[in-house]
Design a protein around this ligand. Structure first.
Ligand SMILES: Nc1ncnc2c1ncn2[C@@H]1O[C@H](COP(=O)(O)OP(=O)(O)O)[C@@H](O)[C@H]1O
Ligand SMILES: [Mg+2]
Length: 333
């Protein structure tokens, strides 16, 4: 069931520009984590560093007892095989149809026969909901379908860790909702460790088990979804609620005079909006790493705002969840 990734004191700079400093976090095995941050804060650089495409200046990336940040080329090649990566644009080969794009890593990295490859590719195509489109070229399909094809390709080598770079960028809200459901369903199915970089607030609020926020060259906070959604740390509160009021300005950081003006106006940063229920896998299943709604809040004595954990169909997940667990356990007997 996935592997844990422990990032410890990671720092990355390009020349004299420090991208981020002293980043420490743990991606728990099998869980879905989201990394947020204004553009240019180094989210993509972070993903590339995790897979070993970029080397950090300092710090460690522990996977299975090995430090990916400091190991030799051979070990790095081995560790990279644990990863599947969905790049921002899907990174498909334009002249290959979807089938051949998705089969590519298998043909490149394994000695499987074409019959075995066919079985794996068609299973992944089914998993991402692309059945029937396998003969199409990337240029003939929508952006949403290209992301799905990129996801299928990231899955063919059965990764233990999957990194998603803005899977929802350029998609309309409905396609984003479908893709998010697919991501949650795949996590329920393969139980790999997921890290999703996004700046879609709705994705961040509803999909992950954990949320991290990069801002001003540091990781402001990383922890359980309910912890960040109820946090009153100003940057976290502002970003997760898409507000204008707070330390983040138009050009990423507000200057001192802007902040002083705001403080003098005495604006209330705004109360906490209801905490939405986490997106559940379809078909009445639960993910192995799923936590019941409200668990972190209750354990930490935080009372959620009125209307928390109610979904768009009006179902209250504080009541719905135990029912689902019962049904699940009965079904498993
Ligand atoms: N290969 C590179 N060489 C030099 N600078 C880079 C390189 N890759 C990214 N950067 C710089 O690192 C910063 C963070 O970039 P990036 O990770 O793409 O941000 P984000 O994904 O959060 O929008 C940017 O200032 C970018 O210009
Ligand atoms: Mg990026």
């Amino acid at each position: 069931m996935g592997v844990e990734v422990v990032v410890d004191g990671l720092t990355k700079s390009f020349g004299r520009q420090v991208v981020w400093e002293d980043v420490s976090l743990t991606l728990p095995a099998g869980e879905i984590s989201v990394l947020l941050g204004p553009s240019g804060t180094g989210k993509s650089v972070f993903l590339k560093t995790l897979v070993g495409l970029l080397r950090p200046d300092r710090g460690h990336i522990w996977i299975d007892g090995h430090d990916l940040a400091h190991c030799g080329e051979r070990k790095l090649y081995e560790l990279r095989r644990l990863f599947g990566v969905l790049f921002q644009d899907g990174a498909l080969f334009g002249s290959l149809n979807l089938y051949d794009n998705i089969a590519f890593p298998l043909r490149e990295h394994t000695k499987k026969t074409e019959a075995e490859i066919r079985r794996i590719v068609m299973a992944k195509i089914d998993l991402v909901g692309l059945v029937g489109a396998e003969g199409k070229l990337p240029g003939e399909i929508s952006g949403g379908m290209r992301k799905r094809a990129g996801l299928a390709r990231a899955l063919v080598l059965d990764p233990e860790i999957i990194l998603f770079d803005e899977p929802d960028s350029g998609l309309d809200p409905v396609r984003t909702a479908f893709l998010n459901q697919t991501i949650v369903d795949i996590n329920a199915d393969i139980e790999a460790t997921f890290l999703i970089v996004t700046h879609d607030i709705n994705t961040a609020r509803t999909v992950p088990d954990n949320i991290g926020l990069l801002f001003r060259r540091e990781l402001v906070m990383f922890g359980p979804r309910e912890m960040l959604l109820s946090s009153d740390e100003p940057v976290v509160r502002q970003f997760l609620n898409a507000r204008r009021h707070g330390p983040i300005g138009m050009s990423e950081e507000k200057d001192v005079s802007e902040l002083e003006a705001e403080a003098q106006m005495g604006h209330d940063p705004g109360g906490l909006p209801p905490i939405p229920p986490q997106l559940m896998p379809s078909g009445n299943t639960i993910r192995r790493s799923q936590q019941p709604p409200g668990r972190w809040l209750a354990a930490n004595g935080v009372i959620p705002p009125q209307g928390s954990f109610v979904d768009e169909l009006g179902r209250d997940w504080l009541e719905e969840y135990p029912r689902l667990i019962d049904a699940h356990l009965n079904g498993a007997k």
